[in-house]
Design a protein around this ligand. Structure first.
Ligand SMILES: [Zn+2]
Length: 409
């Protein structure tokens, strides 16, 4: 199978030989794809014999980027929570709603009542929408089950959907998303269930690659998070951590201590936490769409993290409570305005760095010969235009492994 993408005004990709934010800009180019891989990148002027190709795609003087890699999502849920969104508009905080039994525990109750096939069907239709907005790989967390059976159902759904459609999904076990209703007064028993039953079951069925913990005031303490993640490590599950989102709680310091793959959120990260991430090569995954959607004004200190030597990633945090979007292009705009990031930095943070955080950077995340042809064609004139002309979908085609998986009508 040979495919040619011609008439590309600019191909932009992270220049992985250089430092964070340095990009390659190939003008007036064409890309040859063979058997799902990028075969060659040429000048547009080079002669083409159309007989050599199974398909020729005209980029119409648009831009080609690597498909976005969204390394923090919670896509497996049953009901949506627009009612809580309205409560927040009327002045209640996310924490108050959670305290009153809303939030994650609300999602958990509904998830447990729904049958497997219905949850799978609705999740699968959601996953397809990532392709529309240019995302070709996601990390997908469980975490709305919070019982042995329901967490297994959640991970099973991720694994099955991953095998049935083109968007790649990397599963993360997030049984430590919250303490469920029935364990509110017996935390230790829930920790026991997590460590001695759920984690071994996840490993036995090979259902996840990572283990994540919501390390936060009122959720899991630093000590509890350490115990859970170390237990998971012993079963071969690497660590990701929801850290320092609502308070400066020590989650980033813990991420450094146990050499987690990523520390996510980091709105309230301390100076010490920043050093801990930089010194231990933990990837900060910032989720500015969540801060925006919660109507808060404090954003994660992206520039400080970069200055400390961290290579950051950006993700949607797609979930039914605190960030109901799958649109990475919107994250571009919020990151530019609220985190002060430049388009070339955002390109790194939405492609190669999240790919690295998922252990996939050898295969995806940049446009180079030999890499998988996960590409998006956008009808924009240059990179700066992407976050500038905002709230729109600029993707005209999405390719995964060299196959067109989304095409604007
Ligand atoms: Zn999250």
């Amino acid at each position: 199978m040979r495919l040619l993408i011609k008439n590309i005004a600019h191909i932009y990709s992270a220049n992985t030989a250089e430092k964070f934010g340095s990009i390659l800009d190939k003008e007036n180019a064409q890309i040859i794809i063979e058997d799902g891989l990028i075969k060659d990148i040429q000048n547009n002027s080079e002669n083409i014999n159309s007989n050599d190709y199974d398909r020729i795609v005209d980029a119409r003087s648009g831009v080609v980027l690597p498909g976005f890699v969204d390394a923090h999502t919670h896509p497996v849920f049953w009901h949506t929570r627009e009612d809580e969104f309205i409560m927040r508009i009327q002045g209640k905080s996310y924490e108050e709603i959670a305290e009153a039994g809303g939030g994650i525990r609300n999602s958990v109750r509904k998830f447990r009542q729904a049958d497997y096939d219905s949850i799978k069907l609705v999740t699968k239709s959601r996953i397809a929408r990532f392709a529309e907005y240019g995302t070709t790989t996601i990390e997908a967390k469980s975490g709305y089950g919070l019982s042995l059976v329901d967490e297994m159902r959640s991970l099973q759904i991720i694994n099955e959907i991953n095998a049935e459609q083109p968007i790649e999904m990397v599963p993360t076990f997030l049984g430590a998303h919250e303490i469920p209703d029935e364990y509110r007064n017996q935390r230790e028993a829930y920790l026991d269930l997590l460590i001695n039953e759920m984690i071994p079951a996840v490993k036995e069925k090979e259902l996840a690659k990572y283990c994540d913990v919501f390390c936060e005031q009122g959720v899991f303490t630093v000590d509890e998070s350490r115990r859970i993640l170390k237990a998971a490590n012993a079963y071969g599950l690497k660590s990701r951590i929801h850290a320092d989102e609502l308070s400066s709680f020590g989650g980033a310091e813990l991420a450094g201590e146990i050499k987690a793959v990523s520390a996510d959120h980091l709105v309230k990260i301390s100076e010490q936490g920043i050093r801990a991430l930089a010194e231990n090569n933990v990837i900060p995954i910032l989720l500015p769409g969540t801060t925006f959607f919660l109507g808060k004004n404090d954003y994660a200190p992206a520039r400080k993290l970069i200055q400390a030597g961290c290579e950051i990633a950006l993700a949607t945090d797609f979930n039914p409570g605190s960030s109901a979007t799958q649109n990475m292009q919107l994250i571009w705009t919020i990151s530019a305005i609220k985190l002060g990031l430049l388009p070339q930095e955002i390109l790194w943070a939405t492609t190669i760095i999240p790919a690295r955080s998922l252990g996939l950077a050898e295969r995806i995340g940049s446009i180079e010969p030999g890499k998988q042809a996960d590409l998006i064609i956008l009808d924009i004139p240059n990179l700066n235009y992407l976050p500038y002309f905002y709230g729109m979908n600029h993707v005209s085609k999405t390719l995964k492994k060299g196959e067109i998986i989304y095409e604007r009508a």
